[in-house]
Design a protein around this ligand. Structure first.
Ligand code: CA2
Length: 157
């Protein structure tokens, strides 16, 4: 799907899944020099407000469990048109998450709060990027705003 052009489809649900992986519930509580002081609730609010301004809504899910994230991706197939995903540490390890994304065939915007490319070598590879339409890193929680805007643009509505 990456790089393809989508047609406008009036029957598309105007909803995005905003999915956050392991440890992102700790945002704003530790490591402010890496992740800033905003909380997960701030990031989810920003995504929701950005979507609402374009007449869309979001469903926000965070889990520390890979299977719960995969179930949320599968469920999105029925009532969401795209996925904003910060996979947390699973970015660098999870073939299963990548397979789930490929399986549902919804456009994906991968978000990282930190600039993973300026960090340890093991954070430079992402299993998700190869199935993502958009990759945003290093913009703090504004990355969620850009991801929502870009996904809505990709969806052509
Ligand atoms: O920069 C990002 O958004 C990451 O996806 C965050 C992951 C990290 O493993 C990725 O390499 C990059 C870690 C999420 C954990 O977040 C914490 C926040 C505050 C305190 C502790 C962990």
């Amino acid at each position: 799907m990456a790089g393809s052009v989508r047609q406008v489809d009036a029957s598309l649900p105007r909803r995005l899944l905003v999915l956050n992986g392991p440890n992102l519930n700790l945002l704003g509580t530790r490591e402010p020099s890496v992740y800033g002081s905003d909380t997960l609730a701030d990031a989810e609010r920003l995504a929701g407000e950005t979507a609402a301004a374009a007449g869309w809504d979001v469903r926000c899910v965070q889990s520390n469990h890979e299977g719960v994230l995969i179930d949320a991706i599968h469920a999105a197939r029925t009532d969401c048109s795209g996925i904003v995903l910060n996979p947390g540490g699973l970015t660098h390890t999870s073939v299963a998450l990548r397979d789930a994304l490929a399986g549902v065939d919804l456009p994906v915007a991968e978000v990282h709060i930190s600039n993973v490319h300026r960090r340890e070598e093991f954070r430079h590879h992402s299993y998700v990027s190869g199935v993502a339409e958009v990759v945003i890193a290093g913009a703090g929680i504004n990355g969620y705003r850009y991801a929502v805007q870009q996904l809505i643009a990709v969806l052509g509505t």
